[in-house]
Design a protein around this ligand. Structure first.
Ligand code: HEC
Length: 132
């Protein structure tokens, strides 16, 4: 009897765990939608609506290698860039956008990778919190 109860609670725990970590298709669509809005408010003025940016000013985000590089994406959005890497220093630097919430940053990354990358990158809010 005791043993049975134990087995059941492990099963419940496993079910809760997988529900909590594996995003459903609908959750992913919601996240991408939020990401589109958050991108429009915070990124579009420089990187433009099509993600191509502006020659010699703002780099294009439409680069599959860049869009597969999770640590670089998180770090760039959270901390911006203190020195120019791409465009020779004639432009505004990438600003730090650490005022965005973990969920908003996760959503932006889901949106840009889904729209312009090879596959959607789902970054947990915990991973973003840890990089702050
Ligand atoms: C004020 C203009 C501006 C805004 C707003 C802005 N960026 Fe940037 N971003 C830049 C510039 C300039 C660079 C290039 C920095 C450098 O020279 O390394 C850059 C670089 C990047 C890079 C790295 C590109 C690479 O190849 O290394 C990513 C990714 C990026 N931005 C994403 C975003 C996202 C996502 C947002 C919105 C959350 C955003 N940026 C908002 C100006 C901006």
């Amino acid at each position: 009897m005791h043993c049975m109860k134990h087995t059941l609670s492990i099963a419940t725990l496993l079910a809760t765990f997988s529900l909590g970590t594996v995003a459903s298709e609908q959750e992913t669509r919601h996240l991408i939608g939020l990401g589109a809005l958050t991108f429009a408010d915070n990124c579009m003025k420089c990187h433009k609506i099509d993600g191509y940016g502006e020659e010699a000013l703002y780099p294009s985000l439409r680069d599959p290698g860049l869009l597969a590089n999770k640590p670089l994406l998180i770090d760039t959005v959270l901390h911006g860039r203190s020195a120019p890497r791409r465009n020779g220093g004639e432009e505004d630097l990438m600003p730090a956008l650490e005022f965005l919430t973990d969920r908003e940053i996760s959503a932006i990354i889901a949106f840009i990778t889904n729209t312009w990358g090879d596959e959607v990158l789902l970054v947990s809010e915990e991973e973003i919190k840890a990089a702050r």
